[in-house]
Structure formats: C-alpha cells, structure tokens
Design a protein around this ligand. Structure first.
Ligand SMILES: Cc1ncc(C[n+]2csc(CCOP(=O)(O)OP(=O)(O)O)c2C)c(N)n1
Length: 622
C-alpha cells in the first residue's frame, strides 16, 4: 500500500490525457495509489470495494489507449467504476463517495462527461454499447470507439445474451471486454461460467502464459499500410491467444484470455484490438479485491461493504438486532423442515437475501440462477405448477425487470409463489438505481397477488407463515437493515387484516412497514388524539377498518416508504373513492415520484419530510 505523503501521481491526473504522459513504471505506481485511495475512501463511506480493486489496471489501460470522453467506456453494473472516477477529474471529490451531494457510487451521466451511460442494474452494457455503435454510424462518428466492460457474473443475465446475439448479427463496431474473476457477488454459477473457467485453465493458455509478453512484441507495429495492417494485427494477436468458440459462433472475434493485472500487456493488447473493426471480445482475468488482503481473502464480504477498519477489515458498526434478510433466511429454513415442498430461489444474491442459511441446510432445494431475475420468477412458476412451493427472494429494485413474469407466469395462474422483496423502500447510499421505491406501484394492480409489509422482523416471520399457508401468489416487502420488535403483535391475523395500535379521535395515521415505528413516534409527539394503524396489507386492504376509521375521524394520513404515486396511499384513496366517501380529508405521505438521489437514509428521509419531525409538522398542518 502506498503511503499518504508519496501519493503524488494521482494528484496530477486531472483527466485521462495526463495518463499518456506517464512511463510504464509510473503507471504501475499509479495503480498502487489508486488502490490506496479506494481502500481509504471506502473504509469511511462504505461501497463496492472488491470489484473496483479488481479492475484498476484494466481501467488505467483503457483510459491510456482510448480517447475518452469522445470514445465511450460503458461499465456494466458500474459498481467497479471507482478507478474510472479517480482518473476522470474526480479525485478531489472522491472522498465524498456515496455521500449526499457527493460522488455517486455508480456512473452518472449528470456527474461527468466520462460516464457514458447510467448503470446500476446488471447486464445492460452490451445493449447500450450496441445502441451507441449504431448511432455513431448514423451520425458519421464511427471513429469514436465504444468499449463495454462486463463481468462474468453480469454476462449470466439474459439481456447480455440478447445483446451478444444481436451484435453478432449486426457486425457493428463494438469492443467488449469480458472481465472474468470467477465471482459474481458469490461464486459465479451456470454452464457459461464453467465454460469461461475452462477457457482460463486450458493447457495451451498455461503454456503461453510465460511467453505472452514476448510474443506480443512480435505483433506488427501500427504504421504499415492500413489494408494489410488490420489483418496482420489480428493474426498477430490470434497467434498468441486461444479460440473462444462460443463467442466466435455468435459473430464476435475472441481474444484472450489475458492477465488483467499485467498493465503493459493490457495496454498493448487493448491498443491493438482497438484498431480493429466489428464486434470483438477481449477476455481478461482478474482477482477480485486485488491489493487489499482482507478483500482478496473474502471478496464476497467486501463486494458491498459498510465502513470498516483498514488494518483488520472489521466493520465499524454492528447492529445488535437481526436484519430482515437474516430473519427471512432463518425462518425459511424452519418452514422447510416441516414442508418438503418448499424450495428457494435467488438471482445471484445468496448472502444479501439471507438465503445462505437455506443453501447450507437444503442444498438440493436451493437454486441460484445467476443475475437472471426474469428466469428466477418463471422458474418458480414452473416449479409451482408441478407442485412445489417456491420462495423467490429478490431485491425490490431488481425485481422491476421481472414484472411480466410475475403477472403473466405466476399470477395469471394463481400459483403459490412467495416473493420475498428485500431492500424495499429507501436504500440510501446506492442511490436512484437501487432505491426500492416502486414495488407497490408495479405490484399492487396485479390481480390475485397479495401484497404485505411487516412492521418489524417478528411480523415478517408471521407473514412468511401466512404466505406459505395461503397457497396463492404473495409478495412480502421489507426494508434493508435491522429492526427491533416495535410492539407486541396481536395474534392471530389473517390476510387483509390490519392492526390498530393507537386509538384516536382527531384522525388516524395508516402506516405501512417500517413507517409504523415512525408513526408511533409522531403520534406520541402530538398534542392531538391521533390514532395509529399498522396497515400490514396493501392488497387486500383492511377495507372495513379503514372505512370505519375514515367515517369516525374524518382525517386519514397514509404513510409509506415508497413513492406516493400508485402506492399504499393511492390504494386508500381508491377505496374511499369507490365507496363514495367524499367528506374525509386524506393526506398521503411518502416519497415524490422522482428519482431519489444517493445519500444517508437519515438525510434523505429528513429532506423529503419523512422523519419524525417532518411528519409531525405535516400532520399538525393537516
Ligand atoms: C439486475 C441486477 N441484479 C442483481 C444485481 C446485484 N449485483 C451487483 S454486482 C453483482 C455481481 C456482478 O458480477 P460481475 O459482473 O462478475 O462483476 P464483479 O463484481 O465480479 O466484478 C450483482 C449480482 C444488480 N446490480 N443488477
């Protein structure tokens, strides 16, 4: 690790143009400084550490060779773009990474002209890159190169295949760099991943590894007449690299695999492939977490980390309460002990969803499909048709892409699939690509789907039991993080039954999920007699209770960790309207229908008037 006082090279890089002035030794030193800066920053801000450390040399090489921002680099997912940010004029601001009004943890076009495409969700890069390549042709700017960097995990997503398939047919000018590190968040899964790993370990490659640097120097230099040059360059590279059958069959020229930490080699090879035309794929292999031993040892833990102590890698804060994901994972194991039909599915989020417990307890009943949310849902539908009881655990933001599969494949046939929708609501630092603020809006209108949200982890356990017993499509949304027990849950409850926590005459707050706790604090703050109801269900609503309370108090406030458009409050308004209740005033509190920026949840809840103080003021005014 480079010491603070010697960190001078990085300071001089105000744009990628400065990179080109550095010699090979300086470039290597720069890689060390970048790693140091990333570790220092992420240890304070939290963030995606392992992936960013793994692509430092690749990032330097790409910016060294390309002429960005005219040439475009599209980072798939974008969680590995920290070195890119540091090299593109954001060194000074980098310590504000993921902070409110600071640097975003993902590429943001609004943030920099070097961020070619907004990313956050996986497997979009090849489609976006192909789109840009087509546009370049239309605009007559073919000399601007389009380079896509995609990981082996993200390549498991259906969109990536669709795009490869299309790009191979169109034969546009597109350069794909496939970064293999044998990891998604956990180990990559699937036949494709095995194929990529076979490419990395082929004997011919091992034989070549020692000689590769020497061989590369034999490739003809640029400057010979263009017509023969391109062919000779390609042949030269081909001679030292092996055949990537699958990609060749799809219409790509395949180069690799090469060591993604050998800076000289990368610059050489990328430079030469960049001169070629048409769809081409360079396969590099890297080590996730490279350069920071704790991350290298445990890349999964440091994939997305909270602030930590650099010397040990230990997290700075540990909650004394269990997380929703943890409780979900443990509960599903218990349920499955008594019901052999229960199976679980995750889309590359084994640890994050808490399903690692299930994987350990019932390896044969656990399915990690890779980054393939659409497939995960229809796979569950197939299992359910044939008699199983699948539980599909996916984060709210990533389930967005499986809307049609939920509607068409699960709900249309009323299949007993339980959706555990984690990270629902505001997630904070990961920003607009990751906020789980839309799920109620995309689920609530689907016929035959029950939608619920627990006030705490105790209620989550009860809802999981209820959902499995119901034998119908159910979605349970719950937030990121931990919770203590809010109040003793009144038992038993059935589908569509809300819970009155505080009686009130002047009005009532109907709160959903984690906002129940906030509503109780607000009611406590007020000098008015305001009731609090734990709504529990968004669909079906506890219609009788809500209508009675509306008639009695004449004032209803709805409170949700979701956008107000199409959410829980909208459901209550629709109910009142359908019953022609026109003399009740309703105030819907939640996030506005905008893309909520990144930042600490406390700051964002406050900014949008959804902290205890803000809600208290809204209720008083109302
Ligand atoms: C649609 C979608 N599903 C899940 C995720 C969560 N996620 C972020 S990065 C990642 C793994 C990506 O693996 P890979 O592309 O190999 O990159 P690496 O982190 O290994 O560099 C996953 C599953 C996501 N961003 N988007």
């Amino acid at each position: 690790m480079v010491m603070e006082e010697t960190r001078s090279l990085l300071e001089t890089i105000t744009s990628p143009k400065e990179l080109k002035k550095l010699n090979p030794e300086q470039l290597k030193d720069l890689a060390g400084e970048i790693r140091d800066e990333i570790v220092q920053t992420v240890s304070q801000t939290g963030g995606h550490l392992s992936s960013s450390l793994g692509v430092v040399e690749l990032t330097i090489a790409l910016h060294y060779v390309l002429n960005t921002p005219e040439d475009k680099i599209i980072w798939d997912v974008g969680h590995q773009s920290y070195a890119h940010k540091l090299l593109t004029g954001r060194k000074k601001a980098f310590r504000t990474l993921r902070n409110y009004e600071g640097i975003s943890g993902f590429p943001r076009r609004q943030e920099s002209p070097y961020d070619a495409f907004n990313t956050g969700h996986a497997s979009t890069s090849i489609s976006a890159g192909l789109g840009m390549a087509i546009a370049n042709e239309f605009e007559g700017s073919e000399s601007n190169k389009i380079v896509v960097v995609i990981g082996d995990g993200s390549l498991s997503g259906g969109m990536a295949f669709e795009a490869l398939n299309h790009a191979g047919q169109l034969q546009k000018d597109l350069f794909v760099v496939l970064n293999s590190n044998e990891m998604s968040i956990s180990k990559t899964v699937g036949a494709l991943s095995s194929y990529l790993n076979r490419l990395l370990t082929m004997p011919i490659y091992s034989r070549l590894r020692g000689d590769i640097q020497e061989l590369i120097t034999k490739i003809p230099r640029l400057g010979s007449p263009m017509s023969t040059l391109v062919k000779r360059v390609e042949e030269g590279i081909k001679n030292i690299l092996i055949h990537g059958g699958l990609f060749e069959e799809l219409g790509f020229r395949y180069f690799g695999p090469i060591d993604g930490h050998n800076l000289g080699l990368l610059i050489n090879v990328i430079g030469k492939i960049n001169e070629l035309k048409g769809p081409r794929l360079l396969h590099v292999f890297t080590k996730k977490g490279k350069g920071y031993p704790p991350a290298q040892k445990n890349p999964e833990w440091f994939h997305g980390t909270s602030p930590f102590e650099i010397s040990t890698g230990n997290p700075l804060k540990v909650s004394k309460f269990p997380s929703y994901a943890e409780v979900m994972g443990q509960t599903v194991v218990e349920l499955a002990k008594n019901d052999p039909k229960i199976v679980t599915i995750t889309a590359a989020m084994v640890e994050g969803t808490g399903l690692s417990h299930f994987k350990k307890a019932f390896p044969d009943r656990f399915f990690d499909v890779g980054i393939a949310e659409e497939h995960a849902v229809t796979l569950a539908a197939g299992m359910a048709v044939a008699g199983l009881k699948p539980i599909v655990a996916i984060y709210s933001t990533f389930l967005q892409r499986a809307y049609d599969q939920i509607l068409h494949d699960v709900c249309l046939s009323k299949l007993p699939v339980v959706f555990c929708i984690d990270r629902a609501g505001l997630v904070g630092e990961d920003g607009p690509t990751h906020q789980g603020l839309f799920d109620l809006a995309y689920l609530r209108h689907i016929p035959d789907l029950t939608v619920m949200s627990p006030k705490d982890t105790t209620e989550l356990v009860l809802m999981l039991n209820l959902a499995i017993a119901s034998c119908q499509p159910c979605a349970i949304r719950y937030p990121r993080g931990c919770s203590e027990q809010i109040t003793q849950t009144q038992l038993p409850f059935k589908i569509g039954q809300a819970e009155v926590l505080v009686e009130g005459e002047n009005g009532v707050i109907l709160a959903l999920g984690k906002m129940v706790d906030v509503a109780l604090a607000v009611a406590n703050n007020l000098n008015l007699k305001i009731g609090v109801v734990n709504a529990r269900f968004v669909k079906p609503l506890d219609e009788e209770l809500i209508l009675n309370l509306a008639k009695k108090t004449k004032r209803i406030i709805t409170l949700e960790d979701h956008i107000t458009t199409g959410g829980f409050g909208s459901a209550v308004l629709e109910l009142l309207n359908a019953n022609q209740i026109n003399d009740v005033r309703v105030k819907c509190l939640g996030f506005p229908s905008t893309f909520i920026e990144h930042g600490a949840p406390e700051i964002l809840f406050k900014k949008y008037g959804l902290d205890v103080e803000g809600i208290t003021q809204s209720v008083e005014k109302f």
